[in-house]
Design a protein around this ligand. Structure first.
Ligand code: FAD
Length: 441
């Protein structure tokens, strides 16, 4: 019988890894706290469809998705809308979250994965420096490898002993507090742009989007600090000034949720353990998209495990997964995380200035789930600094932009210093440097 693998939580990357590994002879069980029919959220998601083919998952049926429209970004004073222009072959798709789950689970079942639903995991089982399984209420379930796909607040990651050197919780500014609901669409108002994103909406440190669909308006509100229904009502009444078609009645959603918006977890692996998806903070930091990244990461994890011929599942044998993730995606997200921190330190008037002078333009705003790094925007830290010098006459803003450029260069340099082969002291030293750099942004 194949080695035993537990996928903790039915996260997207976990389901995809489960399918790929089961297909290749591993004995894989997904343990999920919710009922199968209650997985995910009651809304649609946008992601790169190529992430399915990259991981050997069949494409979903055409009637289950549509291509996403370009988004239009607004500055705080709403004076300059800037519309994305994503190339056709990079367009993302929009699909119901429940359909994404059905698709991934059907594929995993076809590949032989076993499921335990309605089974909350309470803690990892750890012997010495190795994760050996998970504790679920009244039983201990042992495994040769635990893949942690339990999301941003994973009980596994947060319960690992400190000696593992794996960060537990995102810091302030690294976790987005979000509210999303589909409201009834009222009246016959048709906005000029169907997908609007408001940066520093209402002059506050928050982002809101209004997507106009047939029969409903999709509203998302994101802040760094926790908020409640008063803030939702206040934001809605501001948004209704330019979007009078947002009705009062909630048709779907209406939940407060969390999204990681930060650099990836410094250390993704330990003996008997690998983190994936939101548990490893794999979202695109500025926009919070994580589905495609976690699917792409699952292909890297599968390849790493297949290369581990002894099935040792040690931090050393799993390190190739960490290297691949950072090489193809993580470095870009670390860079974007520094840009996010820099932008949120700007004042609304400074963001206005950047839009009005053309610093923020179509190519800068073409950040999608395909974002891998500044190279995808044809930008280098030097470009940022020289563009800022050319456009910016405000000395304080110029200083802030040059600081962002130098932080981008540092983020690239620090991620590039990640050890290519595993040695515990070297990894601990690098992780300390990486974590400390981002904690000071
Ligand atoms: C409002 C909002 C909008 C978003 N929009 C998009 C989008 O358009 N496109 C996109 O790509 N991404 C989007 N995301 C991000 C996306 O949801 C995640 O990045 C993606 O789902 C990857 O997360 P995950 O699957 O690893 O974790 P999760 O989605 O958090 O799944 C974790 C799973 O683990 C289970 N679990 C947790 N704890 C336990 C436990 N103790 N025992 C057993 N099971 C447990 C949970 O029940 C859950 O099923 C959005 C997120 C939010 C909140």
């Amino acid at each position: 019988m194949g080695k035993r693998i537990i996928v903790a939580g039915a996260g997207h990357g976990g389901l995809s890894a489960a399918a790929g590994l089961s297909k290749r002879g591993f004995d894989v069980t997904v343990i999920e706290q919710k009922k199968e029919c209650e997985l995910g959220y009651d809304w649609t998601d946008i992601f790169d469809p190529k992430s399915f083919s990259n991981t050997g998952i069949p494409y979903p049926a055409e009637e289950l998705f549509e291509y996403k429209e370009n988004m239009t970004f607004f500055n705080p004073s709403l004076t300059v809308p800037v519309r994305q222009n994503i190339p056709k072959d990079e367009l993302e798709i929009k699909m119901e979250r429940s359909d994404i789950y059905k698709h991934l689970i059907a594929h995993a079942r076809n590949c032989g994965v076993k499921f335990m639903f309605e089974t909350p995991i309470t803690a990892p089982i750890v012997y010495g420096s190795r994760v050996c399984g998970v504790r679920t209420g009244d039983s201990d379930i042992f495994a040769d490898l635990v893949i942690d796909a339990c999301g941003i607040d994973s009980v596994i990651r947060t319960s690992l002993p400190d000696v593992f050197g794996i960060e537990k919780a995102p810091a302030f500014g690294e976790r987005a507090h979000a509210y999303r609901a589909f409201y009834e669409r009222v009246g016959d108002f048709c906005p000029e742009h169907n997908y609007e994103v408001y940066l520093m909406q209402g002059g506050e440190k928050k982002v809101a989007w209004v997507a106009t669909e047939e029969g409903f308006t999709d509203v998302l509100i994101v802040r760094f600090d926790e908020f409640g229904s008063d803030e939702v009502e206040k934001t809605l009444s501001q948004l209704r000034k330019s979007n009078p078609h947002i009705g009062e009645k909630i048709l779907r959603g209406g939940q407060f949720v969390h999204i990681p918006i930060r650099q990836p977890l410094a250390v993704l692996v330990a003996d008997g353990y690998a983190a994936i998806g939101d548990s490893a903070f794999m979202t695109v930091p500025l926009i919070g998209s994580g589905i495609a990244n976690s699917l792409k990461a699952s292909a890297m994890l599968i390849n790493t495990i297949l290369d581990d011929h002894e099935c040792a599942f040690t931090a050393a044998s799993l390190w190739k997964y960490q290297n691949s993730y950072y090489k193809y995606l993580g470095e870009g997200f670390a860079v974007l995380s520094t840009i996010k921190s820099g932008l949120f330190n700007l004042l609304p008037a400074e963001i206005d200035y950047l839009f009005e002078t053309g610093f923020v333009n179509e190519s800068l705003i073409n950040i999608s789930a395909n974002f891998t790094g500044l190279k995808s925007l044809n930008l280098t830290p030097k470009d940022i600094a020289s563009k800022a010098k050319a456009l910016c006459t405000d000395r304080i803003l110029l200083t802030k932009l040059i600081r962002i450029a130098s932080q981008v260069a540092s983020a690239k340099a620090i991620t590039a210093m990640m050890p290519t082969s595993y040695s515990q002291p070297a990894v601990a030293r690098w992780s300390e440097k990486y974590t400390s750099f981002f904690s000071k942004l």
